[in-house]
Design a binder for this molecule. Structure first.
Ligand code: ADP
Ligand code: ZN
Ligand code: MG
Length: 477
């Protein structure tokens, strides 16, 4: 048998750090890159007797995420202790949620299918163990507890994905949704989004799922896909050679492109969950629930659909322009000013992106405001600015800022529509191109294009082409 005779089953567990100012159970700041062990207090250091206090802003963001993922928010949920020992977990337990999570039963749409969200629950993050990057790291490991107590949500999917590409599409959509609703920046380089992948195979048509393997701590979407592809191949080969997949946790080694066993089922943790006695149950009343739901912005999928429907954009363009909320907002503001969404889309995706990228700037840092880009498109469409001149003005707007009109004035690039000035140029071209003039008058109308071109050139592209056409025709009659 071959790989094609097996069906792949994938479910993902995604941890997302919430974008609060402070930690989940204390008021230590949540800052990335502070000197180690400086953003700590008795609570997040796990000192005896310290008591956690739930951060309301973290709950607010967790609720927003849950609502954006279409989950049912449980009016009552409860925190639970998940007990295990680890050097970067000074309390000896994580405060998580277990059988009474914050939210359940959501969905995320990816191309052609829905992926179910099993649950969204809140928990605190552990600190960070650092095993390398130090002079004496062959002898010592280090612990940084700045991250201890960072607010997380864990988003658990149903086992609904059937290929590594679907897993990739799912995390991409998930990240985009969370960024749109401003729950988290989801910056993977800062560890704000981390992913565990569960994968199994079964023969097509089999009623039950196969034994799953969990691949932990995938810190890029590319690695997620590569780890899954490797793991699927490994499981198929194993089963094909008469072996059996064992339930275990594996790690992906990006260097070798392989997954390696970390711990088997026998060594799986028994977390001895029990309700957290230091926190009261979390109650989300209907007023709070409704307020959060009402505060949700338009989500990426809806916005893409609207861009196609209302602005007539192509699917691909809508995709690109909704990559972030900031970019969608920029495009819409520019399109409103220009009144020409399609041309505006081309300028944003083409010329503007082409300047932002090498400058290493985000759309939010664009020196050309959405209004000024819209203004430029409007000037082109009204015939006050030729396409060619616009291409020259645009980079100058990027360097110097300002409206297109400012640049045109400053650089003497205003289009010449003044008929007196144009007539002078036209007369000159007629007198220096006697042969073509004769051809035109003899009935070869196509020569007009050449003559218009000459006038445009003589005006350094500043003549209004429509006006030139008119004047030439009149003078050649
Ligand atoms: P565990 O008890 O080992 O944590 P769960 O049932 O909580 O397992 O599921 C954890 C994740 O694994 C979920 O995302 C779920 O969709 C996924 N999952 C469960 N069973 C399978 C399977 N047989 N194959 C692939 N993924 C699975
Ligand atoms: Zn603290
Ligand atoms: Mg589980």
């Amino acid at each position: 048998m071959t790989q094609s005779q097996y069906e792949v089953v994938i479910g993902l567990e995604v941890h997302v750090q919430l974008g609060t100012r402070t930690k989940i159970f204390c008021s230590c700041p949540l800052e990335f890159g502070s000197p180690p062990n400086t953003n700590v207090c008795p609570v997040c250091l796990g000192l005896p007797g310290a008591l956690p206090v739930l951060n309301q802003a973290a709950v607010e963001l967790a609720l927003k995420a849950s609502a954006a993922l279409g989950c049912r928010i449980n009016p009552d949920s409860r925190f639970a202790r998940k007990n295990y020992f680890y050097p970067d977990l000074p309390k000896g337990y994580q405060i998580s949620q277990y059988d009474e999570p914050l939210a359940e039963h959501g969905t995320v749409r990816i191309a052609g299918k829905s992926v179910g969200i099993t649950r969204v629950h809140m928990e605190d993050d552990a600190g960070k163990s650092i095993h390398d990057g130090f002079r004496d790291s062959d002898q010592y490991s280090y612990v940084d507890l700045n991250r201890s107590g960072a607010p997380l949500i864990e988003i658990v999917s149903d086992p609904d994905m059937r290929a590594s590409d679907e897993a990739y599409a799912y995390v991409t959509e998930l990240k985009q949704i969370l960024q749109f609703v401003e729950v988290s920046d989801c910056d993977m380089e800062k560890g704000q989004l981390r992913c565990d992948a569960n994968v199994s195979i079964r023969l097509w048509g089999a009623g039950e799922f196969g034994t799953k393997v969990e691949i932990k701590n995938l810190n890029s979407f590319r690695f997620l896909k590569m780890a899954l592809d490797f793991e699927i191949g490994r499981q198929v080969a194993l089963v094909e050679s008469g072996g059996e997949v064992v339930q275990e946790t594996r790690l992906y080694n990006a260097g070798t492109g392989e997954t390696v066993s970390m711990r088997s089922k026998e060594h799986a943790h028994d977390y001895r969950y029990f309700p957290e006695p230091d926190l009261v149950p979390l109650r989300v009343g209907s007023a709070w629930h409704d307020r959060v739901t009402a505060s949700l912005p338009e989500l990426p999928a809806a916005r893409r659909a609207r861009f196609i429907e209302v602005y007539g954009l192509k699917e691909y363009d809508a995709q690109v322009l909704t990559a972030s909320r900031a970019l969608s907002d920029y495009f819409e503001r520019a399109a409103t000013v220009s009144g020409d969404p399609k041309t505006t889309a081309n300028w944003v995706m083409g010329d503007l992106a082409g300047l932002l990228k090498p400058a290493g700037r985000e759309i939010s840092e664009s020196p050309i405001s959405a209004e000024n880009l819209g203004e430029l498109v409007k000037l082109i469409n009204s015939g006050q600015l030729s396409g060619k001149l616009a291409k020259e003005i645009f980079p100058r707007m990027f360097e110097a800022g300002g409206t297109p009109a400012d640049i045109m004035d400053r650089e003497g690039l205003r289009q010449i529509s003044d008929s007196g000035a144009l007539e002078k140029i036209v007369e000159e071209i007629i007198s220096t191109n006697a042969k073509q003039v004769e051809q035109y008058r003899g009935g070869k109308v196509s020569v007009l294009g050449f003559l218009v071109g000459q006038v445009m050139k003589a005006s350094r592209g500043q003549a209004n082409p429509a006006a030139v056409n008119e004047i030439l025709k009149n003078k050649l009659m």
